[in-house]
Design a protein around this ligand. Structure first.
Ligand code: AMP
Ligand code: ZN
Ligand code: ZN
Length: 429
């Protein structure tokens, strides 16, 4: 059968129209022609540095290949979620920004912070230093957060212009579409810094382990979300312009349920005022006058797979001393090992999921704790792989892209010079 040119044209137009509607986040998108330097900071919790090569992830690999990627990103100690996210946001080590663990005690407030205690997470007094969204808001830029630890609190009197209460049920598609809708706002209302957060690689990594087929699938699903974002940016004709930063907070170690140390049998827990139990770090606040006794008992009874440290004895490279929120005594196990008390062990044995097959929180030098950094967009070098750098450097990278005067922080300009294109304008002090 022979078709007229008009018929063929009609078919093509119809196909294009159908495709335009079917493409995610693409309905009636208009090109954005007046974009200011913009950063989208995307955190993929526990996305270990090797997942990019290990698991199918075409969209992330496209960004990593055409943009700039660090061989790995060095997380800060402790390799937990809240401390590292807030380090990424502030350029400060956890001891300096105050979020020293996911759960910790402040002697001055005589209160406990916990990532699951909503009323505490939203209180500004915990969050020290200056996160990048506060730096931007202070300098008259708009910011928007689709979750990122710290964005739900008023810090130094500021919040992101647009933010939402953390909701782990919000679908990935809805998260991406919200980011795109914020970009569709008219200039003046449109944010120049946007954050997004995805927890799948962490959730599934804990449950099934980093080498499981479920983690492979989680990576693929995260990659689909990134694909939706790429499509949305492309349809707005700003994919090459927007500066995408894709990071993770830490990696994930395989943990064998057999590798467990029952710690409360090794010292008299009644000599402690409070103890924060996590499998990877146990923080002990001794009763006045009992520090030495607890310390000696642990020195005597701990197996070779765990060590007790006085705060002052922790390795310098942890930068984990200068805060009253850090406990006087800490017990740290080897990679993959878990510290427990009897209560915790019973709870784990009774839980449906059983013991975790993946863990993080260990020494930030471990290969398994290495995190991910990808930069893509106008300010970033292209087709470049750079040496590993610490996550304290990301704040300065973002400040430089956005043309902001950075607040004092623990980073310097070395990573920014590695990953960003030279720009005469940006190089000015
Ligand atoms: P971790 O215990 O270090 O593995 O912490 C990871 C958990 O942090 C994830 O399961 C997330 O659900 C949770 N999380 C991440 N961001 C937030 C937030 N803004 N508020 C409360 N929980 C969060
Ligand atoms: Zn995490
Ligand atoms: Zn986790």
């Amino acid at each position: 059968m022979k078709h007229t040119p008009q018929f063929v044209r009609q078919i093509i137009l119809t196909a294009v129209a159908v495709l335009a509607v079917a493409l995610p986040g693409n309905a009636q998108t208009k090109p954005i022609t007046d974009l200011q330097p913009t950063v989208i900071l995307i955190s993929l919790d526990a996305f270990r540095y090797d997942y990019l090569a290990k698991y199918p992830s075409p969209n992330l690999n496209y960004l990593a290949r055409t943009g700039v990627r660090a061989r790995w990103l060095i997380p800060s100690f402790p390799t937990k979620t809240f401390p590292n996210h807030y380090t990424i946001a502030t350029g400060l080590y956890p001891a300096h920004h105050g979020i020293v663990e996911n759960e910790f005690y402040d002697p001055q407030f005589d209160a406990v912070f916990n990532l699951h205690k909503r009323e505490e997470v939203e209180k500004g007094r915990w969050w020290l230093g200056e996160p990048i969204w506060v730096t931007a808001e202070k300098q008259n830029q708009r910011t928007a957060a689709l979750f990122f630890p710290g964005t739900e609190a008023e810090i130094a009197g500021r919040r992101p212009s647009y933010w939402k209460v953390y909701d782990d049920k919000l679908s990935n598609d809805d998260r991406i579409d919200t980011i795109l809708q914020w970009l569709d706002l008219p200039q003046g209302q449109r944010p120049t810094l946007l954050t997004a957060y995805f927890s799948e690689a962490d959730d599934v990594g804990h449950h099934f382990g980093p080498d499981s087929k479920q983690t492979r699938q989680a990576v693929f699903e995260l990659d689909q979300a990134i694909g939706r974002l790429i499509d949305g940016l492309r349809s707005r004709q700003i994919l090459a312009q927007v500066n995408l930063i894709i990071v993770s907070d830490h990696g994930m170690a395989t943990s064998d349920p057999k590798n467990m140390i029952l710690l409360d049998q090794m010292f008299d827990t009644s000599l402690a005022e409070r103890i924060f139990w996590t499998p990877e770090i146990v923080s002990i606040f001794p009763r006045p006058g009992y520090e030495q006794q607890i310390y000696s008992s642990l020195r005597q009874h701990l197996p070779p797979q765990a060590r007790v440290f006085r705060k002052s004895e922790l390795p310098e490279r942890f930068h984990y001393r200068d805060s009253a929120r850090i406990a006087p005594l800490l017990v740290l196990p080897d990679e993959g090992w878990a510290l427990m008390n009897r209560e915790g062990l019973i709870a784990v044995n009774q839980s449906e999921s059983g013991p975790s097959k993946g863990r993080h929180g260990y020494d930030n030098k471990l290969r398994s704790m290495r995190a991910t950094f990808i930069g893509h967009g106008q300010a970033f070098k292209s087709h470049t792989v750079v040496a590993p750098f610490s996550n304290i450097q990301i704040y300065n990278i973002m400040a430089r892209i956005l043309g902001l005067k950075a607040a004092p922080n623990d980073g310097d300009s070395t990573a920014a010079r590695q990953v960003l294109k030279r720009s005469k304008q940006r190089e000015k002090p």
